[in-house]
Design a protein around this ligand. Structure first.
Ligand code: G6P
Length: 527
């Protein structure tokens, strides 16, 4: 990590080392028969955004070793960071039991269900001895391992070199605390939370000790990044509500705690526009396009693409489709729902049950309405990104109706690649509704009747109106892609370094502190 890459933006503060920490890493390794390793790039915008960034910056990515191949690759490299496709990669390797406790019991479902407000409170969750055990030996332990791995990997860095650490998501809420304990205030710590941050009330489910540990850890960061202003505001309110000494002093996006000011900044995540535009043109995608076209057979296509995930509200989507067929027989035989479903977190009971319910509900619709030639709904299980892209090109209506969602990138991908002037039907509780809501048909995810009406409206919309909406949506997404999302976070962190340095070197004279203050005021409101 000493082979620094030149770049202009960081000159003022020295070339930074960027550290990403996330549960799921950028690559998965598979051991070959001859002992070598094949490498599969994980899907997702984060990997692509960092790929671009890594050509001009040093990036160290710390993630958990998930499969056998990851463990073997790491072991072979003595668990040291390895330079691979422009980044340094290091795996954290918790024991199997600790990982299960951290991932399957605390992160999913406990934290995920709180943040998406999915608990059926009269029945669940029950915080049992097993949960407490999973908290201590799983969640706390794995978060500590991450901090140790990061501290270890950067220990030989030059003291003057800015180090910016970005822990990602709800798996790693305690990493800021353990990092501060190890590294002090010389590094910038800037978590980004991909999922919704609910209002203070939702957090009452978590026992006080866990809640306080989690909040106070996040407040050891310099800045916490959220998808939307609502999430940032809810975070500020949650800290004020549960921590006696946390104050917002009238601000909606910062909190003062133990003599420090922590920003709650907003960075809406997006997609890699150039990469997607290229992928849809490739022959591999075209093959699937022909398949989907064949299957749809000139009917109108209602598409949904989701992980099999209770927060995605697939069941109410099916109920709405059923209501549409009941209320408007005119669509019988002329509309086709295609649900591309990616199995997810199948070790967690709630997810297994949900998959069964979804399959049963789709089956009931077909049992009731199919006529031998027309099968009203088709579910396809599996993770086939090319097929998903091809279907996105062809939809008439894209149904995105989550109960809660940090952003929902399917909505952004869909409107970018669709070639059919398709209509976006979007939940008002998806983070994407902030940017795309004006040109989508917005629905309440709980209101099945209105969702059915909106499906009918979309299917019956005149072409000119569809086109106007589709063009506006596409242009919105084209203007804010994932590179910009990451750039903004990095710029804020670098600006904070410059301000720190300036404040340190000029705080003696009144004139000097005046000029430092004016520069601070010129920064983004999130600092
Ligand atoms: C959401 C989370 C990510 C997570 C992804 C897939 O988007 O914000 O952190 O990686 O779901 O979930 P999985 O549990 O399969 O990693």
């Amino acid at each position: 990590m000493n082979a620094s890459k030149a770049n202009s933006n960081s000159e003022a503060a020295g070339e930074p080392l960027i550290v990403i920490a996330s549960n799921r890493g950028p690559y998965a390794f598979k051991t070959q028969k001859d002992g070598s390793f094949s490498l599969k790039r994980s899907p997702g915008g984060l990997v692509t955004a960092l790929g671009a960034l890594a050509t001009s910056h040093d990036v160290l990515w710390v993630a958990t070793a998930l499969g056998k191949g990851d463990h073997e690759w790491s072991e072979q490299n003595l668990n040291r960071p390895q330079y691979i496709e422009d980044i340094y990669l290091k795996f954290v390797r918790p024991g199997k039991r600790a990982y299960e406790q951290y991932y399957n019991l605390i992160s999913n479902p406990l934290l995920w269900f709180i943040q998406h407000e999915l608990w059926d409170l009269p029945r669940q969750p029950s915080i049992s001895k097993e949960t407490w055990d999973a908290w201590q030996r799983g969640y706390v332990a794995v978060n500590r391992l991450f901090a140790e791995a990061i501290a270890d990997a950067i220990q030989n860095e030059d003291e003057d070199r800015p180090v910016i650490i970005f822990p990602h998501d709800y798996h790693l809420y305690l990493v800021p605390r353990f990092l501060r304990e190890k590294l002090g205030s010389g590094v910038q710590i800037q978590p980004f939370i991909h999922i919704p941050w609910p209002s203070p009330d939702a957090w009452r489910v978590l026992p006080e000790e866990m809640r306080t540990t989690l909040l106070t850890s996040l407040l050891m960061s310099d800045r916490v990044g959220f998808q939307t202003q609502r999430d940032a505001f809810n975070f500020v309110q949650t800290c004020r509500f549960y921590l006696t000494d946390a104050h917002s002093r009238g601000s909606r996006d910062s909190i003062h705690y133990e003599g420090r000011k922590v920003s709650a900044a907003t960075y809406p995540i997006s997609i890699d526009v150039a990469q997607l535009e290229q992928m849809v043109e490739e022959p591999e995608t075209r093959v699937f396009q022909a398949q989907v076209r064949n299957y749809v057979n000139n009917r109108q296509l209602i598409l949904r693409i989701d992980r099999v995930e209770p927060s995605k509200n697939i069941l109410r989507g099916l109920q709405a489709y059923r209501a549409l067929l009941e209320m408007y027989p005119v669509h019988h035989g002329h509309v086709q729902m295609l649900a591309l479903l990616v199995p997810s977190r199948m070790e967690v009971g709630e997810y297994q049950n949900y998959l069964q319910e979804v399959m049963a509900a789709a089956g009931m619709i077909n049992a009731e309405y199919s006529d031998g030639e027309w099968e009203p709904v088709r579910t396809m299980l599996g993770n086939n990104y090319r097929r998903a892209l091809a279907a996105m090109q062809l939809y008439d209506v894209l149904l995105v109706n989550p109960i809660a969602d940090g952003m929902n990138l399917v909505a952004k991908e869909g409107v970018l690649v669709n070639q059919n002037d398709g209509v976006l039907l979007l939940s008002e509780h998806a983070g994407a509704s902030y940017e795309l809501g004006d040109h989508a048909l917005l629905v309440s995810p709980f209101d099945v009747y209105s969702t059915a009406e909106a499906l009918h409206e979309a299917l019956s919309m005149p072409l000119a109106a569809r086109r106007e909406r589709a063009e506006a949506l596409r242009s919105k997404v084209q203007k804010s892609d994932v590179n910009r999302w990451f750039r903004q976070q990095l710029d804020d962190a670098l600006r904070a370094f410059s301000n720190q340095a300036m404040n340190a070197s000029t705080s003696d004279t009144p004139e000097a502190s005046k000029s430092a203050a004016s520069i601070t005021a010129g920064g983004t409101s999130s600092d």
